[in-house]
Design a binder for this molecule. Structure first.
Ligand code: 5GP
Length: 177
């Protein structure tokens, strides 16, 4: 049975990061309008909190993706389960992620969205795992760099559970299969 290990990032630290990221985004897009694209399911919490910290006009859309492969490692092979509802040509798009690990998922999404001719595409992610990006990905707005442990909470799951934790914790993988 897996267990929840140490709290890595507390609720207060998340709140502070959201406020900081929201202020950065609001300043950068001042006078403009933003289309936030949340990547389901994990980004739903970051999306909801970040949106409330942004002061420029915002519209929302969502994509759902699933990566093939085992539960705790990314394979980079991404399947789109739900595409955007709207056109993004000439829009300023902000992709909102919960975590960037190898960067393969976000790289796939960027390639997929770039051909749709957005005016700009930037990335906001609550977490970026340090040292693991197989290709350098510019995550312009980021909450925290974290070590390469498997984490849960604040939208992130293990086997569908723990997404509702208001903090981010390391999953004790010692007993995982
Ligand atoms: P990447 O393609 O960047 O390696 O991984 C992206 C996806 O893998 C994330 O959107 C997330 O679904 C999953 N993932 C990567 N690291 C973690 C982690 O530490 N915990 C959880 N719950 N999911 C992770």
């Amino acid at each position: 049975m897996e267990t929840i290990g140490n709290v890595l990032i507390s609720e207060q630290q998340i709140d502070d990061a959201i406020a900081r990221m929201g202020a950065e985004i609001s300043a950068d897009y001042a006078g403009g309008e933003l289309l936030m694209v949340g990547i389901l399911k994990g980004a739903f919490m970051t999306m909801a909190d970040l949106a409330r910290a942004i002061t420029v006009p915002v519209q929302f859309d969502f994509m759902a993706v699933s990566s093939y492969g085992d539960a705790t490692k990314s394979t980079g092979v991404v399947r789109i389960l739900k595409d955007l509802d709207q056109e993004i040509s000439n829009r300023d798009v902000l992709i909102v992620e919960d975590i960037v690990d190898t960067g393969l998922t976000i790289r796939y999404l960027l390639e997929n969205l770039r051909v749709r001719k957005a005016a700009s595409i930037e990335i906001a992610s609550m977490l970026v795992k340090e040292g693991l990006q197989e290709t350098p990905i510019e995550v312009k707005y980021r909450g925290f760099n974290i070590p390469p442990d498997f984490v849960v909470g604040y939208g992130l799951d293990y086997a569908g559970l723990y997404r509702n934790l208001p903090y981010i914790a390391v999953l004790d993988e010692g007993n995982l299969p």
